[in-house]
Design a protein around this ligand. Sequence first.
Ligand code: ADP
Length: 583
Amino acid sequence: MKTQMKEILSIIWKYSRLWGCMKLLNSVLTAIIVPVNTVLLQRIVNDILILLQENHFHFILNTHLVIFIAGVFSEVLLTGLDRYVEIRFDMQITDRLEKEIVRKYRKLDYSCYEDPQTYDSISRISQNPGEKIRMIFWKLCEMVRIIILLIGYLLIFQQASPLLVGIFLLFLPPILYENYKAGCLWYDLYSRQTADERKIAYYERLLTGKTSLAELKIYQATDYIEKLWKKQSSKLRKEKEETLIRVEKTLLRKSTFAALWYLCSGGFLLYGVITGRISVSMFLVLFQTILNIVDTVNGLLETFGNFSREIQEMSYLHSFFALKNIPERKGCIDRPVRRIRFEHVCFSYPNAGTETLHDISFELDLSKSTAIVGENGSGKTTIIKLLCGLYQPTSGRILFDEYDIRNLNNGEIGKAIKVVFQDFFQYELTIRENIGFGNLARISHDLELQEVLDAVHLEELKKLGLDTSLGKLEHEGIDLSRGQWQRLAVGRIFLNDTGYAVLDEPTASVDPVSEYNMYQLFYLLLRSRGSLMISHRLASAKMADHILVLKNGTIAEQGNHTELMKNQELYHELFCRQAEWYQ
Ligand code: ADP
């Protein structure tokens, strides 16, 4: 918790030190004013009583009254200022922190997404950390304010009688302890419930998400998920109720201590008044002070009940910024790449027990078309991921001509190859932007964009216009079928007439007839620049100049269709098996 607190304070110092210091100063001043005003009030009451005793019925403005009035106005002013500081602090920290977060996202190593715990901090970081930091800092300032207040009250007691301080010090520790205990109970509950809350949030997403809900309805599984949700929610509710009862018991003990303290101090004060050791004005002020202290201590629970939980939550911020960045690589390719070579490449996914690729060696001629085929899970997509530099081989090397991929940054790899992944992204933006991301320099070249739509057989979108919004983000946005989205994603590659085109199952969501036509088209369009295609449909791989056949993470065979068919091995077997399907 200490580290997290340090981290939060250093963030505040880095991003909003002016408004942070203003807030702290404000809290200190507000805390000082209250006991000072209390003392002044006592003096004023004293002055009035003396004046009344002396039969002076006109009340003269004396120094105490002037300072008291100034104090009251300062309090009002500081409260107003506090709101202003809060808004400025919020705006500044949110703005600057979010910029830093976006910067970090861009530098984040892809492998970070593999570890569930890391992934958790990546997703949580998007939930307005600036606002949370402000809340924590505000509570910290409140703690400073309360401590100063209590010291001030103690000094007032000291003025009246050391015994009063003694009574105060006797009861304050158990009151604070019970308060702290109540806070801990809530914190323990939170720690236990985090994972369950995540599950509930997931069930809620399933029950409210468009695609998931449609599928659940078809499978008539909505009730099933709802049951899981109810079971988990009632478990949480029960735990919360149990904690609530324990917290209430703790608070009852705290209130009993507070009442005892209140009665003892009150009794002592009354005795002081009766014996003439304490003036009436002092009695009134001290009595009011005791009430204020009870309020202040009660406020402690409200402020700090969730404090440790909130600080704990911010550990995500720390782990997010500590995540591994993509290493700085300065390698530059000064001419078009002609060959990519995998040399004895082995690869295991981070945190995975088994090896996915075993000692793979092959060469890609970037002026030719290559297909990778193989059964599901044989490692086809993994090869593409390595090719794009998303992961580095565990051993062996990948060479872009003579350049080792380990020394090339993403920009250099991106210049050499253009990829459409199987789990391509659907940008809920315009048709223009969806294709334009393939080559931002051409995003306003309408004619070229329209040619791309023709090339991927999306004439219906061409009719709608390039600036039509897609998805549900805009009111007038239109939704596309999965197949249409996929063609659009493939279109991005065609807006780029340079670079080796890499397509991972580019027709997975397209019907078989369109699929065959699309492959023919792809090979034709990409003839001039070379391509690598993954396909589970061997009829389409047949058109490629070269075919790599993968089996359990190794290259089982390679060659062109005729050669592989002659071999009568795995390719032949897969091809014949698939051909039977279509007969
Ligand atoms: P293919 O594209 O041939 O269907 P993949 O390359 O996607 O196969 O996957 C190859 C193997 O690697 C599979 O056994 C799969 O379970 C595993 N795998 C894929 N992605 C990950 C990952 N992120 N973490 C761990 N294992 C993975």
